[in-house]
Design a binder for this molecule. Structure first.
Ligand code: GTP
Length: 335
């Protein structure tokens, strides 16, 4: 079975982390975001097409150097074609029923079970759905019996739990008849409402799910992965002077002091003084001086946080330096 991963968005909501690398390659705990998805695929998925616009060269080069036991083709889009246009762009490579995954989701979906549900449903498409407490940030999906009956683009907030699109689909090739070629087309906004009459099957699954495309969702995805025992302290890291509240992940070459956790990830070669850090991701090579506080933030490669600084609810790009005693709250710093 062929899988198309759509991974060519600009990732604006994670900037500036995504200014210097495509979202698919943004580190999430211990590997690039898209690799979490690839690692869970069963043998029945024998070919993966990764559709990329922004950051094509970086994704191509990554997969030249990392094999995964199955054929992976990185397909370049000359211009961003949107979530449906990206699929249309690979039409000539598709040989039958095919699966589509968003590249910025982590979850426990069972690929084979999703495909079986699609075959039982006998519709033109199947959309995996996930129940959330507040669907207003996503767009809700209405289900009646074994069919999707409506897409509600902007559900009112506070209207209670609802089903959202999990970004995992199965399609029959007839879907291509409903997507114009060569221009930007959205699956969610333009194609699904047009094909609903042809039968769209909802697929529910157990375990966990998170989008990772915003600061809050990225940190949520990190929490889920850490809880799913991805947290490791490398034997080549030094945490002997730290007070750790698990889960905390520390990659090789990092030296950590201070009070750290829960839900903190340090990439390679970070140097962290006697600071307070919770719910944060350091991509690699960051440093934090004593008495600083970091919470609910993503910190790019080589960031340097001065003594006593306070950073929260922020994304700091690669190489950003925060002066001693500065306060950074709800900001995006860096290019
Ligand atoms: P934002 O700019 O922050 O909205 O992120 P995004 O551009 O990635 O958009 P969004 O999160 O809605 O995209 C959902 C999935 O579709 C992600 O995996 C994107 O990489 C992918 N995607 C979005 N637009 C395109 C596109 O034009 N081409 C391709 N190939 N993939 C896309």
């Amino acid at each position: 079975m062929q899988l198309v991963i759509i991974a060519g968005g600009l990732g604006k909501r994670l900037r500036p982390i995504t200014s210097t690398r495509p979202k698919a390659l943004v580190p999430l705990v211990d590997r690039p975001m898209i690799v979490h998805t690839l690692d869970r695929l069963p043998p029945s998925c024998d070919e993966v097409l990764i559709a990329v616009n922004f950051g094509y060269e970086a994704v191509r080069d990554y997969f030249r150097n990392h094999t995964s036991g199955r054929e992976i083709r990185v397909i370049q889009e000359a211009k961003p074609l949107g979530t449906a246009g990206a699929i249309k762009n690979v039409e000539r490579r598709i040989e039958g029923t095919f699966v589509v995954y968003n590249g910025d989701v982590v979850d426990t979906i069972d690929f084979d079970d999703l495909v079986r549900a699609h075959q039982r449903g006998r519709g033109i498409g199947t959309i995996a759905v996930w129940s959330v407490d507040d669907p207003s940030a996503f767009g809700a999906i209405q289900v009646e019996g074994k069919r999707i009956t409506r897409f509600i683009e902007k559900p009112a907030s506070g209207s209670g739990p609802g089903l959202v699109n999990a970004g995992r689909y199965v399609f029959e090739p007839q879907v291509f008849d409903f997507i114009d070629g060569g221009r930007e087309v959205s699956l969610e906004r333009q194609v699904f409402p047009r094909i609903i009459e042809r039968g769209l099957t909802p697929y529910r699954y157990e375990g966990w799910w998170s989008d990772a495309g915003t600061l809050a969702n990225y940190l949520n995805a990190q929490r889920l992965l850490l809880a799913a025992s991805r947290a490791k302290i490398s034997p080549e890291a030094d945490v002997s002077s730290a007070v750790l509240t698990p889960p905390v992940h520390v990659a090789a070459g990092s030296f950590i002091e201070g009070k750290v956790g829960p839900n903190v990830v340090f990439g390679r070669a970070c140097k962290i003084g006697r600071a307070h850090i919770s719910d944060a991701a350091f991509l690699e090579g960051g440093s934090v001086d004593d008495k600083a506080t970091i919470a609910s933030s993503i910190l790019g490669a080589g960031v340097a946080i001065g003594e006593g600084a306070d950073v929260r609810d922020s994304i700091l790009g690669d190489g950003v330096q925060v002066p001693p005693h500065a306060k950074v709250a709800g900001e995006r710093l860096g290019k």
